[in-house]
Design a protein around this ligand. Structure first.
Ligand code: PMP
Length: 359
């Protein structure tokens, strides 16, 4: 059985080198005589793993010292509730609505206070990032939330809103570690692991220290950032194996030239697909050019039957998971960090061939 090129939006492909390293260490990790899965999270061996994982992500993202890095559970979806629970003081937040994940975050925040939707791109199926009118910002908001990269619709923020003293919070799930991000511009960043970090199970939170310790009284212990910050993400058992794989992914990323090196490769990969789409007489991209994502590329033929044929034949050719999200249809190629440029070239070659054969 050969490995395929997996264009899944998440969980998605992992670097083969990481899987092979994990395979080698699966049964017996270093001199421990056991698998990482079988270890106490408080053992010397495991503490070395989690410490190294934190050190690596700090280095890769140049995370300033006044930020905590937390390894949590519950996915990005749990953050939709944790963010307001921990940051609501005036019980008010500003949001930009750029799609399904933003809407879910908005609906959770509404359970605990007031939400002001500053801008939305819902009128055109979230195919662009809306213009932002600063006069609509709430000066007394506890935070301002954006979904940096919109996995389903394939849009991405290329400039950040200037929120002054209001902490900017972002869901970075589908773009973390894919391009250089200035962490100091944010109060809080969160991301589920299952795209650019590792297997599902761990959620990374990067939070400015002064935002910790103001949680609403109703906040359950496990949903309070303070609990995890004080205990080095060890208040309860962390998702040990996911964190171990994340550590291996971080090591791999350093070998690719870190985030700077990876961004260059990602720009090259995305350009291959977009250049083809812009010159094709059959396929077209669905997103406004200036707002295009580097990670998730939605496209259509304009004919649903042809889309279905494309997805089926691509799969038979070893290019899998190219179907668009069930809410939008068409196709979507997710090309996160681990997708090699060869996979992207194979996709473009396949599209060319399909176009010729189905004229
Ligand atoms: N936010 C974004 C941008 C996502 O892409 C996803 C998952 N695809 C989520 C949130 C939800 O993440 P989780 O399944 O980890 O809760």
């Amino acid at each position: 059985m050969e490995r395929v090129y997996n264009f899944s939006p998440g969980p998605s492909a992992l670097p083969l080198a990481v899987l092979e390293k994990a395979q080698k260490e699966l049964v017996c990790y270093e001199n421990s005589g056991m698998s990482v899965m079988e270890m106490s999270h408080r053992s010397k061996e495991y503490l070395a793993i989690i410490t190294e994982a934190e050190k690596s992500i700090r280095e890769l993202m140049s995370i300033p010292d006044n930020y905590k890095v937390l390894f949590l559970q519950g996915g990005a979806s749990t953050q939709f509730a944790m963010v307001p629970l921990n940051l609501y003081v005036n019980k008010k937040a500003d949001f930009i609505n750029t799609g399904m994940w933003a809407k879910k975050a908005i609906s959770e925040a509404k359970k605990f206070g007031t939400v002001n939707v500053v801008a939305s791109s819902e009128d055109k199926t979230f195919s662009y990032i809306p213009e932002i009118d600063e006069s609509k910002f709430s000066p007394d908001a506890d935070f301002f939330h954006i979904t940096f990269n919109n996995t389903i619709y394939g849009t991405r923020f290329t400039t950040l809103p200037n929120t002054g003293n209001v902490p900017l919070v972002t869901d970075l799930s589908s773009a973390i570690l894919s391009e250089v991000i200035d962490v100091s511009k944010f109060g809080l960043i969160y991301a589920g692991a299952q795209k650019n970090i590792g297997p599902a199970g761990v959620t990374i939170v990067i939070i400015r220290e002064d935002l910790i310790g103001h949680a609403m009284d109703i906040t359950p212990t496990m949903l309070n950032y303070k609990t995890h910050a004080e205990d080095g993400s060890m208040y309860n058992t962390p998702p040990t194996y996911s964190i171990y794989i994340a550590k291996l992914v971080f090591d791999w990323l350093k070998e690719q030239g870190g985030v700077v090196g990876m961004q260059k490769i990602n720009e090259e990969k995305a350009a291959l697909v977009y250049d083809f789409l812009d010159n094709s007489s059959m396929f077209s991209g669905t997103v406004v050019k200036k707002d295009r994502s580097m990670m998730n590329i939605p496209f259509v033929t304009g004919n649903e039957e042809l889309d279905a044929k494309f997805i089926k034949e691509a799969k038979a050719g070893g290019l899998v998971n190219l179907g668009g999200h069930r809410s939008v249809g068409g196709m979507r190629a997710s090309i996160y960090n681990p997708m090699p440029i060869e996979g992207v070239k194979a996709l473009v070659e396949f599209m060319k061939k399909f176009e010729t054969e189905n004229k």
